[in-house]
Design a protein. Structure first.
Lengths: 345, 550
């Protein structure tokens, strides 16, 4: 578009540019930082917005952020291909990042960034890094269930005492992430058998983690397989009126899993250094503390402890298993979930 | 059958049925418009053709057939129930002595503005323990055990949130129709029921069919409500497989599009037979509205209207207010207060207002040539243009957004426009323009050619005739179409998230943002703001426009 302006404003613009340029020279002192980066964020503005603001305050690099659901943004990126304006992609889970990795759209990250987290929390090829974790837990109604009766294993949920009392978010992407790992560790037979037993046991299907926590809170159903994060948000909003709580399965049990939110840099980005800097910022002690203290997620940077209120962090990670073909595995997961009939419960 | 409405079919009306060929410029414009509206469908076909799944082969599997059957069932049920509800409400609020008519006219169309994920969520939570409706019933000793889900839940929620698609066009039609026939019929001794069935219904038939068609197509495309109601329709399957089985997702989307085309073609056949039966009646006539006294039915009709508005508009709003108040009082209990500042509300509100207004005006202007072609001329091209423009409404918004990105970046000279306002408005117009086609067509049909002939004889040029004769006569119909587009645009989400300039925030994106983070009280406040401005704008732009003639 033609941006020419009448003479007066153009003089003002020139003056502004001069001032901006001088300021940039004074502050940057020879570094060649870009003025801005474009971020596609699958995490909500309400959660990660403050982290972005702090980055701009620290570095002077403005961030243009497009928020959306991780899956939709991954589709958008694949449609944009080499013409994408995005430099950085944040995703709720490794799935969408893996999808883009398969398309060859992700760049190898700097070692400094990768070394901020354990090897289990980054892609085997170094194309994405986890920056926050949500644990898979069992949410339960505190009025209906005594803490002594809580199960140690996810396999207990197929027993008669749980008949018709457990909510399963079969179409939810976090659940599907978990089920993929569950399958890879136990084999398709055991995993399919467990899901079929859950269906036979009258487990009910809910589309979303949040819907399950709400339903459990009002005792519509007594248990639910969810991410730990939702209950904290509900308690923050409702205080003691929220009648649900999180229960972590026994350490090492297959029911517990850390779903990690991932950050990646696009191959096409011309600002690889600045993009890696944003990832370093995301994994800094300060921002990791914010993520765990204010957003109730598990920090993934080495040496940062989770907030005291969180249940012990699950050991297993979705990234822990080397999945050769993520797309194929997820397709298989969806097939099994569909065939089980759990979505009709 | 001796139909009283057949009387004016002689002379001008027959002339108007327009056996004549459409003029070339009109035909060319309509084809160009159809080509633009075909972009999302073309994208789906292109991707499906390049994928490994064949839509026909998928048709053989239960994993396709079951959702397909559920989709057809749901869409048919919702279409029928909204036809009844929308027509009944339109008649009550325009033709009877129903108390508080002016109020009803403003609030009855509003449920359309609830983003369906918000509406369904509010509805579910209102009816379950701890919810407003549930607890209120408890006060009266009624233990509500309804748990909404599946076909019934989806049907109820979609009916309550989409009946305005029928209501607005039918009410607009009733407003412009001359009441002379009704009066004659009454004078000849017909009772109100007979007048309604024999005189009113044939005249509004095409408007009802058009509205129901929109409902059908909307139901095909809806994801939010069926998702929360746990009802696996075709669109749900398309969404679930969109990332990890993209080929199947696009093949299914193509099936959805074919289904939509078939339904649109069927509706056009019905609508044309309706036209033959004499549905085109002049908009000119005695505008002193005939008021049907409801008599002893007045209380029952008022109660029925109140129940519908109560369920579709007030109950979700109260549920939302309930959530919102939680946040308000939270600070008193020592917790954090509402995590919402002015920046979260003011700019998004302004953006929502102007972008939906611009889209509505552009959409009506764009479909006007199509409406002229359909109303004034019989041509094969008209049928194709109609199918392409209207059926596109069944394509989910996410696919429309992706198609815009695809065409802009890879197959057009407009790459530089990517992520700009024109692309976003274009996406909205292509997505929602279908909603304005039928109301605009009915509006065009309502302009008698003899008026135009007279104006032409008096020396008025084409533009002058359009501005001084036709547009004023068409105003209520155009306003109804624009109103539908405006309300839909206000709540649009996927295209706004993916195709807007980065950083462009509307109330819908803000509502989604807070909902995603489970900030329910904050979401509720934003949803109530959306409701308030949509009520104001419906009144300013739709209701007042259609009433200035009266």
């Amino acid at each position: 578009m033609d941006q020419r302006t009448p003479r007066q404003p153009s003089r003002i613009a020139a003056a502004l540019l001069l001032v901006l340029g001088l300021t940039a020279m004074l502050t940057a002192c020879g570094s060649d930082d870009p003025e801005s980066l474009t971020v596609y964020s699958g995490r909500s503005e309400k959660l990660v917005g403050p982290i972005f603001e702090a980055f701009t305050a620290d570095t002077g690099i403005a961030l243009d952020v497009r928020y959306g659901s991780s899956n939709d943004l991954a589709l958008l990126l694949s449609e944009e291909g080499t013409k994408t304006p995005a430099d950085v992609f944040l995703s709720r889970s490794p799935g969408p990042a893996g999808y883009l990795d398969d398309l060859g759209m992700l760049a190898k990250l700097d070692d400094d960034v990768l070394d901020r987290v354990a090897t289990t929390d980054r892609s085997p090829t170094g194309t994405w890094v986890g920056f926050a974790g949500r644990g898979r837990v069992l949410v339960y109604n505190v009025d209906e269930v005594a803490t002594g009766d809580l199960p140690g294993s996810v396999f207990d949920l197929t027993g008669p005492e749980y008949a018709g009392r457990v909510a399963v978010p079969g179409s939810n992407s976090s659940f599907q992430d978990w089920f993929t790992l569950f399958r890879l560790r136990n084999g398709d037979n055991v995993a399919t058998g467990w899901l079929n037993d859950m269906v036979a046991n009258g487990s009910r299907f809910y589309p979303k983690n949040g819907a399950i926590v709400e339903a459990v809170g009002r005792n519509e159903i007594q248990f639910g397989l969810v991410n730990h994060y939702y209950n904290f948000q509900k308690v923050a909003a409702n205080g003691d009126a929220q009648r649900s709580a999180n229960h972590g399965f026994a350490p090492g049990d297959d029911g517990g899993l850390m779903i990690i939110a991932t950050a990646a840099v696009l191959n096409e980005s011309n600002e690889q250094d600045a993009a890696n800097r944003l990832l370093t910022h995301l994994l800094s002690d300060e921002q990791q503390r914010y993520l765990t203290d204010s957003v109730y997620e598990y920090p993934l940077a080495l040496g940062v402890a989770p907030a005291d209120v969180l249940p012990p962090a699950p050991v297993d990670r979705i990234g822990a298993v080397d999945i050769d073909d993520i797309a194929a595995e997820f397709t298989r997961t969806i097939e099994i979930i569909e065939a089980s009939g759990v979505l009709d419960q | 059958m001796t139909d009283i409405t057949k009387v004016p079919r002689t002379g001008a009306a027959r002339h108007r049925a327009g056996v004549g060929r459409p003029p070339k410029p009109l035909l060319g414009t309509a084809i160009l418009i159809a080509a633009l509206f075909a972009l999302p469908g073309g994208y789906v076909a292109w991707r499906a053709a390049g994928g490994s799944e064949s839509p026909l082969a998928l048709l053989g599997s239960r994993q396709t057939l079951d959702p397909l059957w559920r989709t057809v069932q749901l869409a048919a049920l919702v279409s029928v129930s909204t036809a009844l509800l929308g027509t009944g409400l339109a008649w009550l609020t325009t033709r009877t002595d129903l108390p508080l008519r002016r109020l009803w006219r403003v609030v009855v169309p509003l449920p359309l503005v609830y983003p369906s994920f918000v509406g369904a969520a509010a509805f579910i939570s209102g009816l379950t323990p701890g919810g407003v409706v549930h607890d209120l019933a408890g006060v009266f000793g009624i233990e509500l055990t309804i748990r909404l889900h599946g076909l019934v839940g989806s049907w109820l929620v979609l009916t309550l949130f989409t009946y305005p698609y029928v209501y607005l066009p039918v009410a607009a039609r009733l407003t412009t129709l001359s009441t002379a026939f009704e009066e004659n019929a009454r004078l000849l001794g017909d009772g109100p029921r007979r007048v309604f069935l024999r005189v009113v219904l044939p005249q509004v038939g095409p408007s009802i069919a058009a509205g129901s068609l929109l409902v059908f197509l909307y139901t095909l495309s809806d994801f939010g409500a069926v998702h929360l109601m746990r009802f696996e329709t075709l669109t749900q399957t398309i969404f679930r497989t969109r990332l990890f089985d993209r080929d199947r997702s696009f093949a299914l989307a193509l099936l959805l599009l074919v289904l939509a085309l078939l339904v649109v073609a069927a509706e056009r056949t019905v609508a044309r037979s309706g036209t033959r039966r004499g549905a085109r009646v002049s908009a000119i006539g005695d505008r002193q509205s005939l008021v049907v006294p409801l008599g002893r039915w007045k209380a029952a009709c008022t109660a029925a209207t109140a129940v519908v508005v109560g369920l579709a508009l007030v109950a979700p709003a109260v549920s939302l207010a309930d959530w919102g108040l939680f946040g308000w009082f939270r600070s008193r209990r020592g917790a954090a207060g509402l995590r919402l500042d002015w920046d979260d509300v003011v700019a998004p509100t302004w953006n929502t207002i102007w972008v939906s207004t611009v889209t509505a005006v552009v959409a009506v202007a764009v479909v006007l040539p199509v409406a002229y072609l359909l109303a004034r001329h019989r041509s094969r091209v008209g049928g194709v243009v109609n199918a392409v423009v209207v059926a596109g409404f069944a394509i989910p918004g996410l696919v429309v957004a992706l198609s815009m990105v695809f065409w802009t970046l890879h197959a057009s000279p407009f790459e530089f426009l990517i992520g700009s306002m024109p692309v976003l408005v274009f996406a909205y117009v292509v997505h929602f323009g279908a909603q304005a086609v039928r109301t605009t067509q009915v509006a065009v049909e309502a302009v008698p050619l003899r008026m135009e002939d007279a104006a032409r004889l008096l020396g008025a040029g084409r533009l002058r005739r359009l501005a001084t004769v036709e547009l004023p006569l068409m105003a209520p119909g155009l306003a109804a179409g624009a109103g539908l587009v405006m309300l839909s645009t206000m709540k649009e989400l996927p295209a706004t998230l993916l195709a807007s300039p980065i950083g462009f925030r509307t109330l819908a994106t803000q509502i989604w943002n807070t909902y995603e983070a489970l900030f329910l009280p904050e979401m509720a406040v934003l949803a109530l703001v959306l409701l308030a401005i949509s009520a104001t704008m419906t009144w300013l732009l739709v209701i007042r426009r259609s009433e200035h003639l009266r």
